[in-house]
Ligand binder design. Structure first.
Ligand code: RB5
Length: 141
């Protein structure tokens, strides 16, 4: 089973737990916290997840905060990370096909739980198209 890193701040804690449960048996989630609704700082959890990908142990991850914005901004500070904050399945499909996004960011206060499940499903099961997109991705870093 593919290892998927997952991390969140307090705003994303409940959705993180729900995603782990919903997709258990399909993916091996490596949970990097946070582990409660106590207030924490989202850059710390973006950094933990980025480090797990930079180390090479894991290829892809999911980050969750209230909006998905702060935690994706933080993750995109690392040149190895291409984090996409998606609020619908079309964004999830296209960011995999065109951007080869390796991190999905979700806003727990923005999207409903069924939409979140669909986004995760599409993100984790859509392949990068390569071709004309390669040179653009090379220019990102
Ligand atoms: C935390 O209250 C909230 O600011 C955070 O989860 C996130 O939405 C930031 O972008």
């Amino acid at each position: 089973m593919e290892k998927i890193a997952i991390a969140c701040d307090h705003g994303g804690y409940e959705l993180k737990e729900a995603i782990k449960k919903h997709f258990s048996g399909k993916f091996n989630f490596i949970d990097l916290g946070t582990n409660s609704t106590d207030s924490v700082d989202y850059p710390d959890f973006a950094q933990k997840l980025a480090d797990s990908i930079i180390d090479g142990a894991i290829n892809r991850g999911i980050l969750i905060c209230g909006t998905g914005i702060g935690i994706s901004i933080a993750a995109n500070r690392y040149k190895e990370i291409r984090a996409a904050n998606c609020s619908d399945v079309t964004m999830a499909r296209l960011t995999r096909q065109h951007n080869d996004a390796n991190v999905l960011a979700l806003g727990a206060r923005i999207i409903g739980i069924e939409v979140a499940y669909d986004i995760v499903d599409v993100f984790l099961n859509t392949k990068y198209e390569g071709g004309r997109h390669n040179k653009r991705i090379e220019k990102l870093s």
